[in-house]
Design a protein around this ligand. Sequence first.
Ligand SMILES: Cc1cc2nc3c(=O)[nH]c(=O)nc-3n(C[C@H](O)[C@H](O)[C@H](O)COP(=O)(O)OP(=O)(O)OC[C@H]3O[C@@H](n4cnc5c(N)ncnc54)[C@H](O)[C@@H]3O)c2cc1C
Length: 477
Amino acid sequence: MVNEQKIEKPVLKDDVCFMQTQDYNNQEDWNWVDSNTNTVKPDIDRPANYYEASLSPWTGFPELQHDLECDIVVIGGGLLGVSTALHLSESNVDTILLEKNRIGSAASGRNGGQLTPGLARWEAESIIENFSYDEACRLWRFTSVESMDLIKSIGERYALELDMHRGHLTAAIHPGHLSALTQGADARKHLGDESVSILGPYEIKEHVKSDLYSGGALDAIGGQVHPLALARGMAYGFIKNGGSIYENAEVLHIDETPKGVLVRTAQGTVLAKKGVILAVHHATFKLLSDINSTIPFYSYVGVTHPIEGGHKSLLPSLYPIYDTQLQIDYFRPVRKERILFGGQGTGMRWNQEKVNEYLTGRLKAVFSHRDDIKFDFVWSGTTDLTLNGAVDCRKIGETTPIYAVHGWSGHGIAQTVRIGKAIRDDILKNNDDFEMLTSIEHRSILLGRQLSPLAIPLAKSLLSIGNIITPGKMISF
Ligand SMILES: Cc1cc2nc3c(=O)[nH]c(=O)nc-3n(C[C@H](O)[C@H](O)[C@H](O)COP(=O)(O)OP(=O)(O)OC[C@H]3O[C@@H](n4cnc5c(N)ncnc54)[C@H](O)[C@@H]3O)c2cc1C
């Protein structure tokens, strides 16, 4: 591969710079800055979200305006796409990445930054139920320690600043949930993972200054990361290794031809001679119309202004936290004493005011002794769920392989990165890790996308009724 494109390494700022987004073409997910609490001019009509605002301005990539050929085309510049492209480039495979908008402009640059093990909604118990013991041990390692270690090693290989820290806490919202957390820890132990300790109602207060929680599970493998720094950092590595990225390059069709897969955008085509990776998350159905195994949903994140007293006054051990309620709250410390707080899953996208009101209400419920905390940033993002809760990994194609991965259910930062490596390994026939993932069966969801505005609230209402009847049973959406 010959490198002609230039790239700056992403640099994290000490704090944010309120600015216009460079994510110029995203018509769906929105960003919002509260002009009452931030210090900048209210003339930002398209604000950057927190992650973008906390990184140095970053060079974009050209649009695709020619017809090109290469061995592998990666479609989608989220964590999955850039990880696959990075790993291919490390093995000297001639690779082009095409991104509809900007690198990391979708879920990968908008998520909660929480690193948790598992395969979307499948934790150790589901993996044990669905695999032989040896395969379950292998899959658990893949989705836990290997995924986290891979991010760390990429950070080291390319000297990236990722704000990655180990240690993750799940906080029980009801005393009954402690037994489910204990069973989860036991399932992990059964698979050879001893990294979870169960905390009682007093111990948890050493980690989170809230009266809401009855205890929790502290996991030494999980943690937190700046996801957009990770996505941009992997794109940096890919370009340094000689890869090429085209942005604002939406792929409209893929056609199998005798010479390979022809990938078409409005202004140019790329012939992929050896394979194509669809790393487009919930949009897979647009390019492979017979794959209908996911329902999209929308979720929301905000970042507060700097907290008076510092974040240790609320999160003394600085661990990121998930809670166990049906509609989870999750939060973590980010630079300059700010707290990142997220939650909700809706079938129709909420507007900014509604989300600000919702997240502010949840933050007050968690830290009821503080009424001075406000959001500087609030934004939305899109993800998708499968019926069985695991991520859907496919390999299809008559002569040239086409890989597709989707159905993350609001999880998957670490695992997208690990699956990118597994796809590279499958292409090079290094191992059968990706085959292990494709062995999980998924069912089509008839009219899933169309019915999402009804199906998501209906599913949540049914689960809420279950929750009222048996409040100690842990169900999360
Ligand atoms: C609000 C929110 C919070 C979340 N919080 C967490 C969390 O705390 N922890 C966690 O582990 N996970 C979390 N997730 C999930 C996590 O972000 C995703 O699993 C992960 O980012 C998926 O990466 P991806 O590369 O598959 O998809 P994406 O990041 O969605 O990337 C897909 C890319 O494909 C591009 N694309 C789409 N169609 C085309 C096309 N036709 N041509 C070219 N490009 C195309 C898109 O523009 C996009 O950039 C969250 C998700 C959301 C939405």
